[in-house]
Ligand binder design. Structure first.
Ligand SMILES: Nc1nc2c(ncn2[C@@H]2O[C@H](COP(=O)(O)OP(=O)(O)O)[C@@H](O)[C@H]2O)c(=O)[nH]1
Ligand SMILES: [Mg+2]
Length: 653
């Protein structure tokens, strides 16, 4: 199936709408106001049936200079421009402006209709044709056929239809791949059916039943209940189709002009980097200028910051940063048009190269170089792999495949295929927890280095431990305390380093493979001292605050003290609780006393009696009781502690 759209362009009153009616029988000027004023105000939609049974979509745009924004919205996503020029008036301002706009939007196929031939004599027609040919010279459609027609007499209409058919047959366009995206250009309520939106599918495809996102917005999902293409119900539409969709789960207040439907929850942005080119007006802009920004049906005020030039005039190109005054959902390579703030002149347009740039406050040489390289790659490179590599380098963090897929507007499968085929180059990928995580090879190497360094530093600080740091601690040290992607990545990276034999897993932590526990004679002395000191506190369990001053006297820092306590607990010499610790010998004495007492008392022992029994503080009694319950040797019901079978066994041993 052909997925192509032809769009009209040309000055007001030159016969665009009449021509579409002559070609298709459909009158695009349906509103009362359009009929009354005799000019097109809204976009008109129609379609042309081709001799081979296929059909292509038609978008009719207004020609009046006041409705340029409607024209830009209509021209977004068209494949062929039909430039309409009236033979009795020739090239007029919007003839020029419209052609510049469609060029800027990337349209490079066209047909010229020289209309109203019934109003001019042969000589004038010849002159008009010469003027048109001269006008087309140097434009993207300079080789376009120029067809003389009259929508009133019908002269030339068949020939025009044939030329369209010839051009359409010559375009071998596969449906554009990638994620589904459609700007909504109309929304209306159909009685008994619900809300219907229309638009031009600019990327990917979508089927009935699919849930898509209405953006920008808080990821609002809507279900596609029905689809029409060129007036007929279909199951699926693809890039290059005009489509009407019946949506479930949408309210009129959810909808704003400039919204899109997308199968991915794309991020909104208020700042973009772009390449812009000025039209041939006598206008010059400085380092900071205001303009109106149009892309698809989206429109807002914008501030343009020139990066590689101080001024920009006729026909010149520059790299810029654009600050939008309301958030938009845009992706790289999207084209846009800029108008002056009084909206009476289109000053230029361009293409987006970065939707998540940093705020460029200073125009350094390095920034300009990088941005130019990015522009070159985004706008002129066909290699998906290269584009992915650039995005990952710029991100400088691990990235989920889903995110990259949105950024590049390509499906995850396509990207993964490219990455697998170009295995040796600069992108690494990790599969973890059902997710694909991608990262630049050099950045991965940096992380690998840092992970090993962090573990090494830790070993140096706590040489008495055999174990190291766990995934969570390492993620935190590398700045991913709260970033899920980063944490997944660090876990995957650690497994890789383990496979390389560099690190080993001990007690759910990672230690360097060549790490050896070091207990020199001085450390040994310190450990022994802490061991004895703890026992000395007896049933008056020490707190960190009690112990610390004594430790400091022996040149043991708080960190070392903690490490020694952990070490002693691993040696089963100390019980560690959250913030507290009890020497194993002290706990042992209490255990013996309690069990021996419990066996004698059928009613059990309450906490107060336990306290008196061991002559301990309230705190130590609570901790010991929790410990003994955990060991399964006692239970506590209402106020009384009882011995268990396990406790009895222990007592008898
Ligand atoms: N005589 C003549 N009038 C035409 C022709 N095409 C359009 N018109 C008239 O020109 C006026 C403007 O046409 P319209 O299609 O609305 O122009 P648009 O603004 O470009 O859409 C209308 O009154 C049409 O009837 C033509 O080929 N011959
Ligand atoms: Mg019209």
């Amino acid at each position: 199936m052909k997925h192509l759209i032809i769009g009209t362009a040309g000055h007001v009153d030159h016969g665009k709408t009449a021509l579409i009616k002559a070609l298709t029988g459909i009158d695009c000027d349906t509103h009362k106001e359009e009929k009354d004023r005799g000019i097109t105000i809204n976009l008109g939609f129609s379609h042309l049936d081709l001799p081979d049974g296929e059909s292509i979509g038609i978008v009719d745009v207004p020609g009046h200079k006041d409705f340029i924004k409607t024209m830009v919205a209509g021209a977004h996503g068209i494949d062929i421009v039909m430039l309409v020029i009236a033979a009795d008036s020739g090239i007029m301002p919007q003839t020029r402006e419209h052609l510049r706009i469609v060029e800027m939007l990337g349209v490079n196929k066209g047909i010229v209709a020289l209309t109203k031939t019934d109003l001019v004599d042969e000589e004038m027609l010849e002159l008009a044709k010469l003027e048109v040919l001269e006008f087309l010279e140097g434009s993207v459609i300079e080789d376009a056929p120029v067809i003389e027609v009259s929508s009133i007499t019908g002269d030339g209409i068949d020939e025009l239809r044939n030329e369209i058919y010839k051009l359409v047959s010559s375009i071998d366009r596969q449906a554009k791949s990638g994620n589904f995206r459609m700007y909504i250009d109309r929304i209306f309520n159909v009685k008994g059916i619900g809300f219907v939106v229309t638009g031009t599918v600019i990327n990917g495809d979508v089927k009935i039943g699919k849930e898509v996102f209405l953006l920008p917005g808080k990821s609002k999902k809507v279900k596609i209940r029905g689809i029409e293409r060129h007036g007929k119900a279909v199951d699926k539409v693809s890039a290059g189709d005009r489509s009407a969709m019946n949506l479930a789960g949408i309210k009129p207040e959810d909808f704003k002009r400039g919204m899109i439907l997308s199968d991915k929850p794309l991020e909104e942005t208020s700042m973009i980097d772009a390449s812009i080119t000025m039209f041939d007006n006598d206008i010059r802009i400085g380092t900071w200028s205001n303009a109106i920004f149009y892309s698809g049906t989206f429109e807002c005020m914008a501030r343009i910051h020139l990066l590689d030039k101080d001024t920009l005039s006729q026909g010149e190109t520059a790299i810029v940063q654009i600050h939008l005054d309301s958030p938009a959902v845009l992706i790289n390579k999207d084209s846009f048009i800029l108008r002056n703030t009084s909206s009476d002149l289109s000053i230029g347009g361009g293409s987006i190269i970065d939707t998540t740039p940093l705020h460029h406050k200073k125009r350094t040489v390095k920034l300009i170089e990088n941005t130019k390289a990015l522009a070159d790659a985004i706008l002129h490179s066909d290699s998906l792999y290269d584009l992915a590599a650039i995005e990952l380098k710029k991100e400088s963090h691990p990235m989920l495949l889903d995110k990259l897929s949105s950024m590049l507007d390509k499906s995850g499968d396509e990207i993964m295929r490219e990455i697998r085929e170009n295995d040796r180059q600069g992108i690494l990928h990790y599969d973890i927890a059902g997710k694909h995580i991608l990262i630049d090879k050099n950045i991965d190497e940096d992380y690998r280095y840092k992970v090993i360094e962090e573990i090494g530093t830790w070993h140096k600080k706590y040489p008495i431990f055999a174990h190291g740091l766990n995934d969570k601690e390492l993620s935190g040290k590398l700045g991913y305390a709260s970033k899920q992607v980063g944490q997944l990545y660090i876990s995957a990276l650690l497994k890789k380093i383990q496979n390389e034999g560099k690190i080993i897993s001990i007690n759910e932590t990672w230690a360097l493979a060549d790490h050896k526990v070091k207990i020199d004679s001085r450390t040994r002395e310190q450990i022994d001292w802490v061991d004895e000191e703890l026992e000395r506190f007896g049933m008056e369990k020490p707190s960190m605050a009690n112990l610390e001053p004594f430790a400091l006297n022996r040149n043991i820092t708080r960190d070392q003290l903690k490490a020694i306590l952990v070490f002693l607990s691993k040696e089963n010499k100390v019980y560690l609780f959250d913030q507290d610790f009890i020497h194993a010998n002290i706990a042992g004495q209490a255990r013996e006393l309690l069990l021996a007492d419990l066996i004698k008392k059928d009613r059990g022992v309450n906490e107060k009696e336990f306290r008196e029994l061991i002559q301990g503080t309230k705190k130590i009694v609570q901790l010991l009781l929790a410990l003994f319950i955990k060991e399964g040797i006692v239970t506590k019901e209402t106020f009384y502690i009882h011995i268990t079978e396990k406790g009895k066994k222990l007592l008898n041993n």
